[in-house]
Write a protein that binds this ligand. Sequence first.
Ligand SMILES: Cc1cc2nc3c(=O)[nH]c(=O)nc-3n(C[C@H](O)[C@H](O)[C@H](O)COP(=O)(O)OP(=O)(O)OC[C@H]3O[C@@H](n4cnc5c(N)ncnc54)[C@H](O)[C@@H]3O)c2cc1C
Length: 419
Amino acid sequence: MADYSLWSVVRNGLTGNKSWKPAWRKAAPKASYDVIIVGGGGHGLATAYYLAREHGITNVALVERGLIGQGNVGRNTTIVRSNYLLPENWRFYEWSLKLWEGLSQDLNYNVMFSQRGVLNLAHTPSQLDQYAQRGNAMRLGSIDAELFDRDDVARLCPGIDLSPDARFPIEGGLFQPRGGTARHDAVAWGYAHAADRMGVDIVENCEVIGFIWDGDAIAGVETSRGEIRAPKVGVAVAGMTSEVMRKAGVENLPIESHILQAFASEPVKPLIDTVVTFGAGHMYVSQSDKGGLVFGGNLDYYNSYAQRGNLPTVQEVAAELLAVFPNAGRLKLLRSWGGVMDMSMDGSPIIATGPLPGLFLNCGWCYGGFKATPGSGWCFAWTIAHDEPHARNAAFTLERFHAGTVIDEKGAGAAPRLH
Ligand SMILES: Cc1cc2nc3c(=O)[nH]c(=O)nc-3n(C[C@H](O)[C@H](O)[C@H](O)COP(=O)(O)OP(=O)(O)OC[C@H]3O[C@@H](n4cnc5c(N)ncnc54)[C@H](O)[C@@H]3O)c2cc1C
């Protein structure tokens, strides 16, 4: 498998670009492996990669029901940050952010990680106080955080409406300079390329339709391409978690599937060179390298497995964008799409052994799982390799919902659509 380098770009450019190899093989499934990972999204691919790189476990099959990147990893608004309040969360997300910072070099694949900063706008003095509390918690964890007043916001975002008679006047904000965006499908392709290069079989168009049992333990998967056996099976299927786990007889997970939409405007000249989030509702926007404003907001507020949403949410999110950037009202909306979110009951993820012998579970990413991709894959690989969680994901258990030790960053209670 070819490495990507300046030399290979020049050589291929001079020879008609005819000798590029596919970024990963179209592997056919073998009868058995050491580990099977179900789900070829960012988390499954990253897990396969770190199993090979960190633990030397290369006899791995990653099975994906469709094509790599067609799930949420290729549908998100690409925001990466670690600006959390609770230590369980900032420890994990900061580790993930550190992995992002070296990811293109690690993978030998440009994931276009752009640390353009993430600015959370505050619209009331009490909201600014809350941001100060969160920023202080981050700084105690050696994470970059700056409390902004209105002048700082004006300096960073000249296009923003800072007038006192705005519908939701802006008081200031919390800024994380190391946050930013990445090219989402390059992340999927980069992990697939790097994992494949180390011997992982990436098996596309291979849907898991059941599990193979050895007594009480899971011993493999039944797929649309036949049976595949392995003593360890990791499930990382995001919005399809409940459905896949039901095939293993696991019902009533603390997960609901909801729709989240995103939108892209027609391209314009540079207008927003950071990520901005609206604090009087829920909206986040950045400008892509092509010039389009990429933005999203709340869930559609009903359970569904459809990868599309409805018009009331389009209206709500667009109105929130215009409340902050009124000049965006002159833009045409080019595209919208949706993804299926695995919303957990406390808004925090699950990366754990079980809930059955031989089975490992990675889910509950709500709509913040893209930024978690490297950290999640790293921790899930560790958990699978060692049969126990790493300290970084030790809190993200399934049992916490029985024990009541939830990690409720927003204090919203067991209401997934509010996280
Ligand atoms: C519109 C939108 C905006 C978002 N914005 C952000 C953001 O800005 N920042 C952020 O951090 N997060 C964001 N997210 C969330 C983030 O994209 C997800 O949390 C994350 O991608 C989920 O992990 P994944 O990549 O592994 O999921 P996926 O890419 O969905 O991977 C799961 C895979 O499992 C496969 N699968 C399902 N069932 C089976 C089966 N039976 N057999 C085999 N394979 C199966 C699916 O086909 C899919 O490819 C957003 C999500 C959406 C939809």
